[in-house]
Design a binder for this molecule. Sequence first.
Ligand SMILES: NC(=O)c1ccc[n+]([C@@H]2O[C@H](COP(=O)([O-])OP(=O)(O)OC[C@H]3O[C@@H](n4cnc5c(N)ncnc54)[C@H](OP(=O)(O)O)[C@@H]3O)[C@@H](O)[C@H]2O)c1
Length: 245
Amino acid sequence: MPQGTTQAADRPLAGQVALVTGASRGIGLAIAARLGRMGARVAICARQPRALEQAAKGLRQSGTEVLAVPADVTRPPEVAAVVERTHQAFGPIDILVNNAGISVFRPIHETTEADWDAVLGTNLKAVFLVSKAVAPEMIRRRTGHIINISSLAGKNAFAGGGVYCASKWGLLGLTYCMAEDLRAHGIRVSAVCPGTVATEFSPHTGKDPSKMLQPEDVAHAVAALVTQAPQSFISEILLRPTQKP
Ligand SMILES: NC(=O)c1ccc[n+]([C@@H]2O[C@H](COP(=O)([O-])OP(=O)(O)OC[C@H]3O[C@@H](n4cnc5c(N)ncnc54)[C@H](OP(=O)(O)O)[C@@H]3O)[C@@H](O)[C@H]2O)c1
């Protein structure tokens, strides 16, 4: 195989720009690292600047060209700033991964209105805000991937999951409709629904971390989505650990 062909296979995203929200740790960081290894230039955001800069440092050390922009994705002016700075530094965004998310696991009668607003604001409304900020340029260029990290909690009910499940269930509805809105413009919108992943997200009480999904497993699913042939798209991935944790 000629050398150029090998390089193209190793770095299939060379020349592309990705934005991953909530990428200072956990699943988002693993996705940013994977897209960087595949050749993309990667913009990352999260609220806490110090942790975000640490994450960016690690990505740079492993050879990824990275832009870190501290931002809260629930705040429209901060979303606009992330998108604008990404355009300035790297050019238009080819891949948007809406990953930032939070959880509150409590019975509905013990859940506050503030819990509802925080979880729905981050896990659902912010995906609308960021996608709305990114989509027009994708539409103009007639290309792009938008990948929303939902959850199997968007498919399955469990006690104490009310607000979180509502946010992830809603995110699936938003994803399916965005996919219909944008497919005619050459943009593919997909959801990834992982089961429990070994991160700092929640205590995962009673589960064996060695059997849980790892952040890299979710990154692998995202890598599959962004390397599909152009004429089709996988609209949803349900991701489960091989052995029940
Ligand atoms: N872990 C699981 O079991 C699991 C399973 C299925 C789906 N998911 C989903 O996967 C996604 C990532 O989860 P994770 O396990 O990697 O969680 P994590 O380890 O807690 O990381 C969450 C990331 O999102 C950022 N973030 C939170 N709120 C934000 C906001 N308003 N604006 C910008 N960034 C924000 C956090 O940084 P800051 O705190 O600094 O903002 C952090 O970088 C979430 O959407 C989650 O619902 C997780």
